[in-house]
Design a protein around this ligand. Structure first.
Ligand SMILES: [Zn+2]
Length: 74
């Protein structure tokens, strides 16, 4: 499901993250997907924020669904 097809940066909506997507750092449900030149990283909301400063400069796409966390709890 996570297939890199094009080298060009994509600005269209990427597929939504699901409960099967896990944070690469802690294994919690992922809400942030970072597309890099050589692949993708998944992060939970916590680690997404933690690594955003470092990774934003090299990421070709930053997909953040962490806003859904507050919606789900409402
Ligand atoms: Zn995490």
């Amino acid at each position: 499901m996570t297939q890199i097809t094009e080298s060009a940066p994509s600005v269209v909506d990427a597929p939504a993250l699901t409960a099967a997507d896990r944070c690469d750092s802690c294994g919690a449900q992922a809400y942030v997907r970072v597309t890099l030149a050589n692949g993708e990283l998944m992060f939970c909301a916590h680690h997404g924020k933690k690594y955003q400063e470092k990774l934003a400069a090299v990421a070709s796409n930053w997909h953040d669904e962490s806003a859904r966390l507050s919606e789900a709890r409402a």
